[in-house]
Ligand binder design. Structure first.
Ligand SMILES: Cc1cc2nc3c(=O)[nH]c(=O)nc-3n(C[C@H](O)[C@H](O)[C@H](O)COP(=O)(O)OP(=O)(O)OC[C@H]3O[C@@H](n4cnc5c(N)ncnc54)[C@H](O)[C@@H]3O)c2cc1C
Length: 338
């Protein structure tokens, strides 16, 4: 039988676990990871501690590039998949190379979401998703002690805590985009605002950002409905949205994420989606759920790989951690850690 080629797109916690599981359970197969980011697999949830200097860069990584080579996994780092053709079993990379696969696992995670009305201020705001983003934060934090966080998704709460811990003055502007992926409500607002204040954070309530400008002294001035706020740095935290625009013409079914059944199968033979980019059917809920969080991503990565090589493992969310967020069932447990 010809050697099988399994391809994993994305090298976050889900893609890494999928590739390692394929390697372990299909030792004869060729396993390739295609990763837009350079280097090995890092843990995005460790970035806040890296930014404030509590964690060394090497400790961000789950698997180094060298460890993949030692395991016989081919890592193509710094390469991006621009289209997927599941019916032809081919993917195309940004430099036009075509790669054939026998099995495909899509684990492309999410990217920071910026609301449309704020895109125009994109150059004045920082997000935090990659190691490169973290290095920009580190450089800029060396030049200022004041940070304004806007949006207020769950990743920003743990980051705020770290910033306060190292003596930064943080102002947190909350509006009804806050708490993504949870639904904004007064109870949650009061809980989080109270907690932030206890931690020494100034909390602003606003409905819209009306303007943002860079002043001559390097400070950024932000106009909300009610006031003007100045800060050396502005962080935009409006949640992570699945990074799946490149799949628009693939024929895969897309809603909030890539729609898959409870075995993470995406509707084409040998094609699976997993981690934060998947929207998984749950037969008991009779609905789809999405996962947000490191541990969920690892478990889902393993499940997708086992199913690709012929097992029948169901993706089981922890029902206690399922929230309804604007009609989407979201599985997330870690936000309560703040
Ligand atoms: C700042 C921050 C704090 C967080 N805090 C926590 C926490 O405290 N606890 C917790 O459980 N979770 C936390 N999370 C969430 C957690 O990190 C994610 O749920 C987890 O990383 C999801 O893993 P994933 O593999 O599905 O996706 P990702 O980690 O997003 O990885 C996807 C990878 O795919 C790559 N990719 C995307 N598109 C392509 C393409 N077209 N071609 C090639 N490669 C591509 C991306 O570059 C990325 O490396 C946090 C996240 C952030 C950003």
């Amino acid at each position: 039988m010809a050697e099988q080629h399994f391809v994993v797109i994305g090298n976050g916690p889900a893609g890494n676990e999928a590739a390692l599981t394929l390697r372990e359970h299909a030792p004869e197969a060729r396993v390739t990871i295609i990763s837009r980011e350079r280097g090995g697999c890092f843990r995005p949830h460790f970035l806040p501690r890296f930014v404030v200097g509590k964690l060394a860069e090497e400790d961000l990584y789950l698997s180094s590039a060298v460890s993949y080579r030692d395991k016989g996994i081919k890592l193509r780092s710094g390469q991006e998949v621009v289209s997927v053709h599941p019916d032809k079993r081919k993917i195309i990379l940004d430099h036009k190379e075509i790669i054939s696969f026998d099995g495909l696992i899509i684990a492309v995670g999410g990217r920071p979401r910026i609301p449309e009305n704020l895109m125009v201020f994109g150059d004045l705001m920082l997000t935090l998703k990659t190691v490169q983003d973290a290095k920009v934060w580190i450089r800029k934090l060396n030049e200022t002690d004041t940070v304004l966080m806007i949006g207020g998704d769950l990743t920003s709460l743990s980051f705020t805590k770290q910033l306060v811990d190292v003596g930064k003055k943080v102002c947190f502007a909350l509006n009804d985009d806050a708490f993504w992926p949870l639904r904004f409500d007064r109870y949650l607002y009061n809980q989080v605002a109270g907690r932030l204040r206890e931690n020494g954070v100034e909390v602003l309530e606003y409905s819209r950002i009306r303007g943002m400008s860079l002043l001559s002294d390097g400070m950024i001035e932000v106009n909300t409905d009610y006031e003007k706020v100045r800060a050396g740095l502005v962080g935009a935290f409006f949640g992570l949205k699945p990074d799946i625009a490149f799949l628009a013409r693939s024929g895969l079914k897309i809603d909030r994420g890539i729609l898959v059944d409870e075995y993470l199968h995406a509707g084409f033979e040998g094609v699976y989606a997993t981690g934060d980019c998947a929207q998984v059917f749950h037969p008991d809920l009779r609905d789809y759920w999405v996962s947000i969080g490191h541990d969920n991503a690892v478990a889902l990565g393993r499940t997708a790989a086992l199913n690709l090589i012929g097992e029948r493992v169901r993706a089981e969310p922890d029902m206690a951690c399922i929230f309804d967020v604007q009609g989407v069932q979201v599985n997330s447990s870690w936000w309560m850690e703040f």
